[in-house]
Design a protein around this ligand. Structure first.
Ligand SMILES: NC(=O)C1=CN([C@@H]2O[C@H](COP(=O)(O)OP(=O)(O)OC[C@H]3O[C@@H](n4cnc5c(N)ncnc54)[C@H](OP(=O)(O)O)[C@@H]3O)[C@@H](O)[C@H]2O)C=CC1
Ligand SMILES: O=CCS(=O)(=O)O
Length: 251
């Protein structure tokens, strides 16, 4: 049965939408996140469509990531598509007021988590000369905004890591894509504002943000183009979002 995709952060938002889209197209799935009950519910939902293996995993724990990937059941051991999606923003304070622990959590998750998962899965892809790593970056990796400080910097890492992986993988058939979404309505803002639902909702009020399934459609597309084609990056925004002008302070 079908190719195998491993998705990090599959308990919510983009990751869950990717699982649904890939299941519709015959991919068998390894779904990972910390909230196991959410993964299991998604696994039950998709059971009629494909084979699903759920795995409680915190991507910040490099040893756990290595052990989980090395110990995948045989049916799921050859991962064809790794979606490095698990990630988060914490806080929107200016740098001089930000919480240092939030910065550390973002680096540990968005930077080190992507490193750990990639390093665990990539050797098998290279050995099989087959595979695709899709990283979920962000417009915040290219475009600065007030309060984006470390979150944007982690996504700039994801962007350049993706490009450097491509450089390393030249001569193999392994593909790498960085998808860079703008504002999308998921649990992202609830997490960023630490459960303040009003603040989270205000991010989207009066506009039409991207939906998780929009990103899942793009993941499916980049994974479905002919094997000779590597989509390097996709920057995508809602039509209700665009860049701002450069800022000028006037006294
Ligand atoms: N929504 C947006 O506007 C945008 C989001 N992004 C990026 O998209 C990705 C997905 O976010 P989105 O779907 O929006 O947000 P959600 O908060 O809805 O989903 C985030 C997912 O990441 C998982 N996750 C977080 N921390 C960890 C961890 N330490 N270990 C394992 N899993 C973890 C969560 O699972 P659990 O809590 O169960 O562990 C959850 O499944 C992130 O990388 C985010 O930065 C990029 C651009 C725009
Ligand atoms: O990555 C998320 C989009 S934004 O909130 O940084 O604009």
């Amino acid at each position: 049965m079908g190719k195998c995709a491993l998705i990090t952060g599959a308990s919510s938002g983009f990751g869950a939408a990717c699982a649904r889209a890939l299941a519709e197209h015959g991919w068998k799935l390894v779904l990972t996140a910390r909230r196991e009950e959410k993964l299991q519910a998604l696994g039950r939902e998709l059971a009629g469509k494909t084979r699903v293996h759920t795995l409680a995993l915190d991507v910040r724990d490099g040893d756990a990531v290595a052990a989980a990937c090395a110990g995948l059941p045989q049916e799921y051991a050859e991962v064809d598509l790794l979606v490095n999606n698990a990630g988060l923003a914490l806080g929107l304070e200016p740098a001089h007021q930000a919480v240092l622990q939030d910065w550390e959590t973002m680096v540990d998750t968005n930077v080190k988590g992507v490193m750990y998962c990639t390093r665990a899965i990539l050797p098998g892809m290279v050995a099989r000369n087959r595979g695709h790593i899709v990283n979920i970056g962000s417009v915040a990796g290219s475009w600065p905004y007030p309060g984006g400080n470390v979150y944007g910097a982690t996504k700039a890492f994801v962007q350049q890591f993706s490009r450097n992986l491509r450089a390393d993988l030249l001569g193999t058939a392994v593909r790498v894509t960085n998808i860079e979404p703008g504002m999308a309505e998921t649990e992202f803002s609830q997490v960023r504002f630490k459960g303040d639902d009003d603040k989270a909702q205000r991010v989207y009020t009066g506009s039409e943000p991207l939906r998780p399934e929009d990103i899942a459609d793009i993941v499916l597309w980049v994974a479905s183009v002919p094997a000779r084609v590597n989509i390097n990056s996709v920057e995508v925004m809602s039509v209700h979002q665009a860049w701002g002008p450069l800022a000028v302070h006037r006294s």
